[in-house]
Design a protein around this ligand. Structure first.
Ligand SMILES: *Cc1c(COP(=O)(O)O)cnc(C)c1O
Length: 390
């Protein structure tokens, strides 16, 4: 478990957190190789989570693209409707194993908060979710879900009252309550060892892609595509494929057509420190973190996991930004061609996958990770449709 990915990663945190991070790293090292822990993880993944998720041949979408075959890795079918479950489950089991009765989590759109609340309930952990006040207003249904699942949702009133402020609040809580509390971080970001733990828990996605693509079309895909917010579903897709010849394409949110920022830290940011890690960050010339803009709440984050920063610099993975309008277009393609309403986050990846498939021969295979389902985005999509019709 590397502490650094090239120059990226590390743990830029207050002194008081260092013992907690060290403890977490060592507990994880033990747990991950322990047969009983792995058996528990497998049991809940299958019987509560619904794994393995299918690899689906998107035949009509392939015909629309008119090139390489497009296959969808169906993380939208995981319990709760997104890949977030994979990580919340693993860390929940780890918290229980460490004897910590309380978990805290941060959430932006509410997806990770809901996943944490589900796991908290299933494992009998006291769950507290920090959420920016602005996000609470924007994502009301997820606030209700978390509360129904027995979690306490704490409004964060500092800064821009969104995700990055919720992360800061969760870190502060952790510093105070570290003896009883595990911080269930929601993406492959933050200080070591979080990016490595989250990557490993999400790697179930890429491992299944490896097995399922061999079974479905006799070899590995030529290209794997995933959307990148903090980067957890993408790193889970890429990790098990990184030592193969599979091309890797990460897709960030480009935001509105005229936006110069969007939420594209790898394609438009620069190296800096955010939330305890050295990575690519959207910041201004004075090093201030910029306000991001994206139609999809799950991609709306100014930083990115440090391992992606290194994959970018080394050229092992490529990253592009896709604008709001193109993500909406891909949302409609998937709805009308395949009968699937995707979340807006992976709709960005679907757009990039269709564009890539179009330029490739029919003999090639493109796998795109469909990180979540679109129920949460219906209002945004419908409103955008009405605005267009006017
Ligand atoms: C949260 C979320 C994302 C973005 O998070 P990553 O850590 O980059 O995977 C993407 N898709 C869905 C459906 C999400 O809920």
């Amino acid at each position: 478990m590397g502490r650094r990915f090239g120059p990226y990663g590390g743990a830029y945190v207050p002194e008081t957190l260092v013992p907690a991070l060290d403890e977490l790293a060592s507990e994880w090292r033990t747990a991950r190789s322990e047969p009983s822990f792995r058996a528990e993880l497998r049991r809940y993944s299958t019987t509560l989570g619904g794994r393995p998720t299918p690899l689906y041949f998107a035949e009509r979408l392939t015909r629309r693209a008119g090139g390489a075959e497009i296959w969808l890795k169906r993380e939208d079918l995981v319990h709760g409707g997104a890949h977030k479950f994979n990580n919340a489950l693993g860390q929940g089991l780890l918290a229980r194993r460490m004897g910590k009765p309380r978990v805290i989590a941060e959430t932006g759109a509410g997806q990770h908060g809901v996943a944490s609340a589900m796991i908290g309930a299933a494992l009998g952990l006291d769950t507290v979710v920090y959420m920016g006040e602005v996000d609470m207003a924007r994502q009301r249904p997820n606030v209700d879900r978390m509360r129904l699942l027995g979690a306490r949702v704490v409004p964060v009133r500092s800064g821009s009252r969104t995700l990055k402020d919720a992360i800061n609040a969760a870190l502060r809580d952790w510093i105070t309550n570290v003896r009883t509390t595990h911080y269930l971080l929601g993406s492959a970001v933050g200080p070591h060892p979080f990016p490595s733990i989250v990557a490993e828990l999400q790697s179930v996605i890429g491992r299944e892609i490896r097995t399922q693509s061999r079974r479905a079309f006799g070899r590995l895909p030529d290209l794997a595509v995933a959307c990148v917010g903090g980067g957890s579903n993408a790193i889970g897709t890429f990790h098990p494929l990184r030592n193969t010849g599979v091309e890797l394409l990460g897709v960030e949110a480009g935001g509105p057509a005229r936006s110069r920022v969007g939420a594209a830290s790898l394609t438009r940011g620069r190296p800096g420190i955010l939330h305890g890690a050295y990575t690519y960050v959207l910041s201004d010339a004075d090093g201030q973190v910029r306000e991001t803009e994206s139609l999809s709440a799950g991609l709306d984050y100014a930083g990115v996991g440090p391992e992606h920063a290194w994959l970018r610099d080394t050229g092992r993975a490529r990253y592009v930004a896709v604008h709001d309008d193109d993500a909406l277009r891909a949302f409609r393609w998937l709805a009308e061609d395949e009968g699937i309403l995707p979340a807006l986050e992976p709709a960005h990846a679907v757009f990039a996958a269709v564009r890539a498939a179009r330029r490739r021969p029919r003999t090639q295979h493109v796998v795109v990770t469909l990180s979540g389902r679109g129920d949460k985005d219906l209002e945004v999509v419908t409103r955008a449709g009405r605005a267009r019709a006017r």
